[in-house]
Design a protein around this ligand. Structure first.
Ligand SMILES: [Zn+2]
Length: 555
């Protein structure tokens, strides 16, 4: 017996935009294990007031948090980044004792609050916010100028946490049910934010206060603002539900002429996502886009766009497509812990590649997936079981200054492999039910359409749709880092009576009954490998296993 290599088609190498970037610094902590003094309350609303001074590159303001007590407590903890000074803290209108140390504010209540009681904290603070070392990946504030020299301010902090801007419960498991932002900027700057613009009030000191109100649950890292001499382009698009979705694009005056083209593209993307995943979740609020100095971010109802209108030949804008898809995979459903960050990035990266199939055909899709498979690092599990800080899954251990990339590319290929395993019908039903478990939820727009999710939810949904058992699949690809290897063995000089032996070699001998396509004498057949092995008779040339690259495996 002799080992022969399994023939794999040559790959076209396309560098994935998010894979393995070098950064000048590591992010600050966001998420991680929830402390008791965070778990004890559930945030209902943030009311964020900020005075923004671009000259001094500083901010000052007050954040009022309304929350409900869910575990009796006399202490609560909020995060607020170290550069800020807290000058006052109240609860229920009365001043309370607090300490602000190492980026955390501890608030001591005079009496233990009971379950169901409300907590209303008001924190007044000021300072010079952390300047983003490499936005949007390593975040903070961006104070820059537009091409014509006017002030341009932006905030991106997903990997660092919203405590870089306002005091908050810095954990993905707690999206406030609603939020307001009152951003005061010097005229003629326009402050842009999530939700709907409620008012723009001119003040006597040459500033204007813009009030933005979000009436659906929103992730903390989406509660950011941008300011510039923005112009507004308004349009609308018809949802698959028949409702009209208002489009609001805050664009630099310099870019105004390019805005309509990006909107036309985004309408196509909306139709694609609605077809596969169900209606745009925030159609009662807006489809928002804002031009930013950083590359982009999926801020809910207000997509940060900084790809400089670099459309592909066919008009495609990959950044807009990617961030817009996050309105489903991040903002409609949100990972309750950063350990499941891949539900945002892997699912959306799968959609990025599915759009290649939609527009360029199946061969282009296979090529793109093979490129992603080749770029996997396989150093840490895609979906670890323990609570994680965002940087621990986004970036590579041990120093967290290099992007890991697997939550994107490997996540996408895992879904691609699942698609092969359970077939298109079950797979696309599972995808849609992950976004919206029921038809009834697809009709909601008042916030109840949103869910906090984890990887096991998708396991349950996929198993329901395929009527099969998928623990082994999730264990292999998501819970541990290593890839299975397909070993092919055959005897040379066997004439017309040859046998190809196939076997999965797996880490720790994990069970892996993954079928694989084998091309024998020019004909493709699906070979079941129930015990992780199979043998196939052939005559003529050595068969080719998995020529399309359906199954993610060691290469
Ligand atoms: Zn993304």
């Amino acid at each position: 017996m002799k080992q022969v290599s399994i023939i794999i088609a040559l790959l076209v190498l396309i560098v994935s935009t998010f894979a393995q970037r070098e950064h000048p610094a590591r992010p600050t902590e966001t998420g991680g294990p929830l402390r008791f003094e965070q778990a004890a309350f559930d945030v209902l609303n943030y009311d964020i007031s900020l005075d923004v001074d671009p000259k001094a590159r500083s901010i000052s303001g007050t954040t009022v948090m309304t929350a409900k007590v869910v575990i009796p407590t006399n202490a609560i903890m909020l995060d607020l980044d170290t550069p800020y000074t807290v000058t006052k803290a109240t609860e229920g209108g009365r001043e309370v004792k607090f300490t602000h140390k190492d980026g955390k504010i501890w608030i001591w209540l005079p009496m233990t609050k009971q379950v169901g009681e409300s907590v209303t904290t008001s924190i007044t603070y000021s300072g010079s916010p952390r300047i983003a070392p490499n936005p949007p990946w390593i975040g903070g504030f961006i104070w820059t100028k537009t091409p014509s020299g006017a002030d341009w301010i932006s905030v991106a902090l997903q990997n660092d946490g919203a405590d870089l801007m306002f005091p908050c419960k810095d954990h993905p498991s707690d999206k406030p049910a609603t939020a307001s932002m009152h951003i005061t900027v010097p005229d003629p700057l326009v402050a842009n934010g999530p939700g709907k613009l409620e008012s723009a009030r001119k003040n006597s000191d040459g500033t204007t206060t813009y009030t933005w109100r979000m009436t659906n649950p929103i992730a903390n890292y989406s509660l950011v603002f941008n300011a510039a001499r923005y112009r507004l382009i308004e349009d609308k698009v018809k949802s698959v539900t028949g409702e009209m979705i208002p489009i609001k694009f805050y664009i630099l005056p310099e870019s105004y002429d390019k805005g309509a083209r990006l909107i036309a593209e985004t309408k196509k993307y909306n139709a694609f996502f609605e077809k596969y995943l169900g209606p745009y979740p925030f159609r009662a609020i807006k489809l928002g886009i804002v031009e930013t100095p950083h590359l982009g971010m999926e801020h809910s109802t207000n997509i940060a766009y900084g790809n400089k209108y670099r459309f592909a030949e066919d008009g495609f804008d990959w950044l807009m497509f990617h961030e817009y898809g996050h309105e489903w995979w991040a903002n409609l459903i949100t990972a309750s812990d950063w350990r499941d960050f891949w539900i945002h990035e892997g699912f959306q990266s799968f959609m990025d590649t599915l759009y290649v199939e939609e527009t360029k055909g199946k061969e282009a899709y296979f090529t793109a997936m093979k490129t992603r498979a080749k770029a996997t690092r396989n150093m840490q599990p895609v979906a670890p079981r323990e609570a994680k800080f965002a940087h621990e899954v986004y970036l590579a251990a041990p120093d967290y200054v290099k992007s890991d990339g697997d939550i994107y590319g490997k996540g996408a290929v895992v879904l691609h492999t699942l698609r092969y395993l359970i077939g298109d019908d079950a797979f696309f039903r599972a995808l849609r039910r992950m976004a919206y478990p029921t038809k009834e939820m697809e009709r909601l727009t008042d916030g109840r359409q949103e869910r906090l999710v984890n990887t096991d939810d998708f396991l349950t949904i996929a198993e329901t749709e395929c009527k099969c058992e998928l623990d082994w699949f999730f264990e292999m690809y998501l819970r541990q880092p290593k890839l299975p290897k397909l070993i092919g063995t055959t005897v040379t000089d066997c004439g017309n009576n040859c046998t190809l032996g196939l076997q999965w070699e797996t880490p720790s001998n994990m069970p892996f009954p993954m079928p694989v396509d084998v091309v024998i004498d020019g004909k493709s057949q699906r070979v079941e490998m129930k015990d992780g092995k199979a043998s196939i008779k052939y005559s003529g040339s050595i068969p080719t296993a998995d020529p399309n690259g359906w199954v993610l495996k060691a290469q």
